[in-house]
Design a protein around this ligand. Sequence first.
Ligand code: X2X
Length: 358
Amino acid sequence: MKRFFHAALWAVMAFCLCTGQALAAYKQEYKLSIVPNTTSGWGMTATYFADLVREKTDGRINIKVYPGAQLTSGKQNSELMLVRRGAIDFALASPINWSPQIKELNLTNLPFFVANNPDRHKAVDAIESGKSGEMLKAAINKAGVVFIGWCEHGYRELTTSKGPITKPADMAGMKIRVCGSPIFNDTFTALGANPQAINWSETITGFQQGIVDGQENPTNGINVNLKLWTWHKYYTDWHYTFDPLFLTANDKVWKSFSKEDQKIIEECAKETEKYSKAIARVGLDDGTALKYLQSINKVPAVTDAYKMMEEHGMTVIKFTPEMVADFYKATQSVRDKWTGIIGEELVKAAEEDMKKAQ
Ligand code: X2X
């Protein structure tokens, strides 16, 4: 019996060596952190990724999504530190929450920078797949975590209880909730508003209590999903900053996976990227996103955000090029200051990547 057991053990080990499977024990569960809830576009993306990885690894890698910034006790700016330390295994993260520590990640939050191109969605793709994207990935890896792939939150649009907003003067003194990233403070101050840094975990209560007059977040993923019309009757479609998302893993966790499993995870991330971009862009692009979602049989409940918001009594203001020009001018000092912090080389590389793609 003993000899049989030994022989069996050797056979298993030999099989593992031949197939390149690591013998290191995998954890029963890997924790993936996200800041908003599971029904947001961000949450749907995280679930899509976790399900795909579980399926493609035959259950070897079981990722569980922890929503609501619960793994960071509501403090969204601590996420990078906790992934680095290993308290969090994976994060589907926004540059906004990591930019206080990784200065390069302020790039897409330069006001009126990415959308300042004829096709704003192509501009995003060009950064992510271009030289500037490589520089961003390198900056994330240098911070001690493993970059796995890009996903998407979307362009950040403004919702307010007062309005309509068509020129910077309309924002004078308005209390706007922003996340705790300093560039947002500078942008809203330059526009004459009164930015209030509040963690997302406390923001909804802030709306209910009327502590702020407005906030900014992506249309499909947050504004429609959270029914922002409950508190804010004005929607300003100004595309002033862009919020990608990226999948990352703790370094040790990543190294514990076999090469095959790492490759599977990377392939799952690529699939997730397509889905994530499509749900962020559906109804806001030329129809490409909807076609893709139809092809994979994953059309979400709302595919026309503008109609939905208007049906709920929101006034939708779509910025004209003249309106954008006014806001662009009013925020010049912010771009100047933050280009210096982000690094001129990276900002230039992004400009070139975006120009080539148009
Ligand atoms: O805090 C926000 O506004 C949110 C949910 O968009 C992020 O975490 C970046």
